[in-house]
Design a protein around this ligand. Structure first.
Ligand code: C2E
Ligand code: CA
Ligand code: CA
Length: 660
């Protein structure tokens, strides 16, 4: 027997057999005793009507023509017209009486005639065929009732069994198994389009099957990509937001805590710039794998963007969270080999613990992110929990950001000048311009607090331009009045170096004598140059061509070390305050300073020691051959007017410098 879809139905097909011979009824029941078929019998017209009234779902009626009942044609007519308009009726007759029945039955719409003796297989196939036909007819009826256009496409996804039970109601089947019709009976997704047709008084359904395997595979890729990050294979941000929402709902229901944790790779930009973008990607993947290996399977760990990851950890982890972080920090300190180079990295972790559902996901992520940035700004390689104190700092930062908008126009910035002393000549060798913000409400704000904000918002570009212009005007004035001989040094931010407009604006200002490069020195840090490795050589060359002198600021705190020095067109290095302040305490710092001074001298580069606060420090530096110094021991940064008052005194004090 054919393995048709019909046999797979879970609801039985009811077949009513009508015959007045109990023997024939019993033998028919035995023949049709098949899975999925429910055979009921009636031995009189009355019984037939009783069944039809009580069982509305009869799929097929078999009527024996040899019934003694002389009104069997009337019975068939009655069934067809009043009770089972579309139910197929099979007449079973003997050959000798066939003509009579056919003639008599034209008005009754008998579906088919089976001639005795009947072959069992043919009988069963015939029954299957008519039952299927019945369902299709029924479907056409439904479609017509709903007034759906002739071509339709249902969209919902169905189960194989459901599909088999009633194919016409299923537009698109997941894993439909279509045996018989298709040579390959493997499971695959199909789209089914049904088109009802009526030819004469015959109903047909054209069924179009479309193999959706490739379409489905494409859909799978798209949905995978939507849910995963292509670089690391970690879940995507969409998943993160969903999980935070779930966590918040859970927090509300069970007051269960969870933590939103931001993880970032320290100095990622600098590492990428020196090793290249491909190395950056490898680094992200390596860090992702390291972090992942330290986590539980249930934790949501997402690649957020660039070098940043977000981890959602549940309550159980919060108890052990410090242990987890120690593990993560340690794991990430291990040496990495990327592009055949050994790399030592560290990570920063910012944690925001969620106790209730009052926070929005964006807010939680922002808190965790700012906490992580705070860790980074303190040198990284650590973790920190979000706190209200930090929040206050952030609010202050935001207030600064807002306050910057009109600050320049309101003339709220002022330059202070700190002298650089030439110990050999006992004279002021130059000045460093240091900006301060005289905030109308908050009072004096120092650059360490607002420069980074100005860099982030790029406000440093107009501010930096104002600083250069003001320092230049001041230098001209003091040179004319003889107050100053040397140059005024101006600090230049990495954001300025990176900006396209900086150089063109500067060239314009130099050409139009708004800025006087031969009166200025530009101080650039090693870090800001490493942030712009591709353009820094050309950039510095152009500055030199214009007439500026260049100083490498905060020398010793960067990463490239002394090798840079020979490659950069620098006139001066400024040994960082952190070395000077420790020079008297540790041999190591003395060695570094000594080495730097010697090397700079050999290269013909000036050395300035920054942050000199005591005579002992000065004496030590002089003994090492450092001739240029700057620090509170000589003078704090001074306002222009104050400098004018004291410049003579500073110049005349010789070696007996005192702090101002
Ligand atoms: P910096 O360029 O290293 O400037 C030296 C800083 O050390 C100044 O702090 C100065 O006041 C301070 N200092 C000088 N002598 C001593 C000393 O003997 N002991 C101690 N403890 N500190 C001393 P300030 O003015 O607060 O500036 C801090 C940083 O802000 C500067 O570090 C510089 O990186 C940045 N900055 C200052 N002014 C500007 C500016 O106009 N533009 C840009 N882009 N950055 C600036
Ligand atoms: Ca400086
Ligand atoms: Ca410095």
């Amino acid at each position: 027997m054919k393995n048709t879809t019909l046999k797979k139905t879970s609801i039985a097909e009811t077949i009513l057999v009508v015959d007045d011979s109990q023997f024939r009824l019993e033998s028919m029941k035995t023949t049709l005793n098949l899975p999925g078929w429910n055979v009921i019998t009636a031995d009189s017209g009355e019984n037939v009507l009783t069944w039809l009234l009580t069982l509305p779902n009869i799929s097929l009626i078999i009527l024996h023509a040899q019934m003694q009942d002389k009104n069997r044609f009337e019975l068939a007519k009655l069934i067809r017209q009043n009770y089972a308009i579309h139910v197929p009726i099979l007449f079973i007759s003997a050959v000798h009486s066939l003509d009579e029945y056919i003639t008599r039955d034209f008005s009754v719409d008998i579906s088919d005639y089976l001639i005795e003796p009947i072959n069992k297989t043919i009988l069963i196939q015939c029954i299957e065929l008519y039952i299927n036909f019945y369902h299709q007819r029924h479907q056409i009826k439904t479609i017509n009732k709903q007034a759906i256009p002739k071509s339709f496409r249902c969209k919902h996804v169905t189960h194989r069994k459901k599909y088999s039970q009633n194919p016409a109601t299923q537009g698109r089947g997941e894993g439909c198994k279509l045996s018989g019709e298709l040579k390959d009976v493997s499971t695959f997704p199909v789209e089914i389009r049904l088109r009802p047709m009526c030819i004469g008084d015959q109903y047909f359904i054209s069924i179009l099957f479309r193999d959706l395997s490739s379409h489905k595979a494409y859909e799978d890729i798209i949905s995978y990509q939507a849910m995963h990050d292509t670089l690391t294979g970690l879940p995507s941000r969409a998943v993160l937001y969903d999980r935070i929402h779930q966590g918040l709902i859970q927090a509300q229901k069970s007051s269960q805590q969870f933590a939103v944790i931001f993880i970032g790779i320290d100095r990622f930009k600098v590492i990428c710039n020196s090793l290249g973008q491909g190395a950056g990607d490898q680094l992200i993947i390596a860090a992702a794998n390291r972090i992942k290996s330290a986590l539980g399977k249930t934790d949501t760990f997402v690649h957020y963007e660039s070098d940043e990851f977000v981890l959602l950890a549940s309550l159980t982890h919060i108890n052990n969270i410090s242990l987890l972080f120690d593990k993560l920090l340690k794991e990430n300190k291990k040496t990495l080999i990327i592009n055949e180079q050994e790399l030592h990295i560290s990570i920063s972790i910012g944690v925001c613990i969620v106790n209730d559902d009052s926070c929005q996901p964006d807010e939680l992520l922002k808190h965790a992110n700012t906490t992580m940035n705070d860790v980074k700004s303190k040198g990284g390689g650590d973790f920190q929990f979000f706190s209200s104190e930090l929040n206050q700092r952030i609010e202050r930062r935001l207030a600064l950001e807002m306050g910057m908008v009109f600050s320049l126009r309101n003339k709220e910035f002022v330059l202070y000048y700190q002298p650089k002393i030439d110990l050999k000549k006992n004279k002021i060798a130059g000045l460093e311009a240091l900006v301060r913000w005289q905030h109308p409400e908050k009072g004096m704000i120092f650059p360490n607090e607002f420069i980074s904000v100005a860099e982030e918002t790029r406000f440093i570009l107009p501010l930096g331009e104002w600083i250069l212009r003001t320092a230049s005007e001041q230098a001209i004035e003091w040179h004319r009045s003889g107050i100053l001989n040397g140059r005024i040094a101006v600090n230049i931010s990495g954001v300025q170096i990176a900006s396209k407009e900086f150089m063109s604006t500067l060239k314009y200002q130099v050409e139009h004598k708004i800025i006087h490069p031969h009166l200025l020195e530009l101080e650039l840090t090693e870090t800001s140059m490493l942030e712009n490795p591709n353009k820094v050589g050309k950039f510095l060359g152009e500055l030199k061509m214009m007439g500026f002198t260049l100083a490498l600021d905060d020398f010793g705190t960067g990463y490239s070390g002394l090798s840079w020095l020979s490659e950069l067109p620098c006139d001066t290095i400024k040994i960082d305050q952190s070395f000077v302040s420790k020079a008297l305490l540790t041999e190591k710092h003395r060695i570094i300073i000594n080495h730097s001074i010697n090397m700079a001298r050999q290269l013909g580069v000036n050395v300035v020691a920054e942050g000199v606060e005591t005579r002992q420090e000065q004496d030590l530096l002089t003994s090492m051959g450092c001739e240029l110094v700057q620090g509170y021991f000589y003078s704090k940064p001074l306002q222009a007017q104050k400098f004018e008052q004291v410049s003579n005194i500073i110049n005349q004090r010789g070696n007996s410098f005192k702090s101002y």
